[in-house]
Design a protein around this ligand. Sequence first.
Ligand code: ASP
Length: 244
Amino acid sequence: MLKVAKFGGSSMADAGQLRKVRDIILADTGRRVVVVSAAGKRNSSDHKLTDLLYLCHAHIQYGVDCTPVFEMITSRYLQIRDDLKLDVDLETEFALLKERLVAKKVSQDELVSRGEYYSAKLMAAFLGFEFVDAADWVKFNMDGTVDKKASYAALKELGGGKSIVIPGFYGVMPNGDIRTFTRGGSDITGALAAAALEAGVYENWTDVSGILMADPRIVDDPQPIPEVTYDELRELSYAGAQVL
Ligand code: ASP
């Protein structure tokens, strides 16, 4: 049975996290379609790559040199690549992006989508899966809704029957421009991929080992809840529980 597995930013934060993701994928041969977010925080004082990309764009808008922020972004990905000893040429892509950025030729949506794009490139190389760009199949209509029929057909054509890694969070407008979903939108990409490929299961992984009885940032050492129903989970999410 085909399973689409989506991994969020915390699961993509560093090389150790990517190793965990690989173990999860390899533990079940049904997990052939992987959707990833941009690298998230490694610790509470760290930054999400997507936030840094938004910041980088703001620098350019205000005419401030974005080099220091750009280097924070690129060094995160270079470190993951080098820690995992992957043979992926990121330097050429970074140089090209920087050149277009400085010339103000990169839209905000395109720039922030690069977090997912580089994550997926590295994950694909690490797993030995094929990289399938979201810009080649997540097709937006002019009004910002997704053209599901065209998108599903395109993904079936590109990735049907294969082992693939897809970047979440973005797609393409009818004129070829990159467009992102709202924040957290990689979940939507995962759901679209699962529907397109008629997967038996859509798994949405997050790097927490269980749901605790209290927020561990507030209460020391809370106990895990051994069992929870979907209804209870829904109540918790309405009440704002971040674990979901
Ligand atoms: N990276 C994007 C965000 O931070 C999308 C996602 O992770 O789903 O919102």
